[in-house]
Design a protein around this ligand. Structure first.
Ligand SMILES: [Zn+2]
Length: 217
């Protein structure tokens, strides 16, 4: 370890993304206790939706996982991308291996990106792809900023809220391909459905999804 890295570790010891305890030697991203205790949906908790065949998730959106994801999304905890991306990659390997040609993500609008400074789903997709020895490519753009889905209310309203806000970034690349779409949280599935619809309109053969966390049924 370099002197600078050693000093930084002393000043800011790496902490578990979930419980925030200082990590022990040999632990990376999350502590052994959290790795053992996190509630994980069986078989990725596969769920279906309009325009996508399946969505799998490595985590339930609750307890320490929920808090960690909120810090990642809203409090600049971008360092969590590696551990979250690792969980996504493991979930993809276990449940969707060999079923997709391209990896992409649900993008933020330019306005939101400017405000937040980072696109959390892009970070997840890039970290997961890296772990899978693959690359994530930009296939969607959000060309209209709409109120956050979390405040949009019923499933019906959520669908109406985002209808037509995405566009394919590269139709030529998408045509005939099976696309794996990555996002942070799946709730009603309205956002993933709208993105999948856009990709299918651009010629995608199939859309499969992996969201870092899902609700418990
Ligand atoms: Zn922990």
């Amino acid at each position: 370890m370099g002197i600078l890295a050693g000093l930084l570790d002393l000043l800011y010891p790496p902490r578990c993304a979930f419980c925030r305890r200082v990590l022990k030697a040999g632990e990376s991203g999350m502590c052994a206790a959290c790795a053992a205790a996190l509630a994980r949906p069986k078989g990725g908790g596969a769920q279906t939706g309009d325009f996508f065949s399946v969505c799998v998730s490595p985590l339930y959106y609750e307890d320490t996982a929920r808090n960690a994801i909120l810090r990642f999304k809203f409090s600049d905890a971008t360092g969590y991308a590696a551990v979250f991306g690792g969980l996504i990659a493991d979930c993809i390997s276990a449940n969707l291996a060999g079923r997709y040609d391209l990896i992409t993500w649900v993008p933020l609008s330019g306005k939101r990106l400017k405000k937040r400074g980072y696109d959390q789903a892009m970070l997840l997709a890039m970290a997961a792809a890296l772990k899978l020895d693959d690359v994530a490519v930009e296939l969607l753009r959000k060309h209209k900023d709409v109120p956050a889905q979390s405040g949009a209310g019923s499933a019906e309203k959520r669908r109406a809220n985002i209808s037509g806000v995405y566009a394919a970034a590269d139709e030529e690349l998408v045509r005939g391909k099976r696309v794996l779409l990555i996002d942070d949280i799946i709730t009603t599935g309205a956002t993933l459905s709208e993105c999948a619809k856009t990709l299918k309109s651009a010629g995608a053969a199939e859309v499969l999804c992996c969201a870092l966390a899902r609700l418990r049924e």
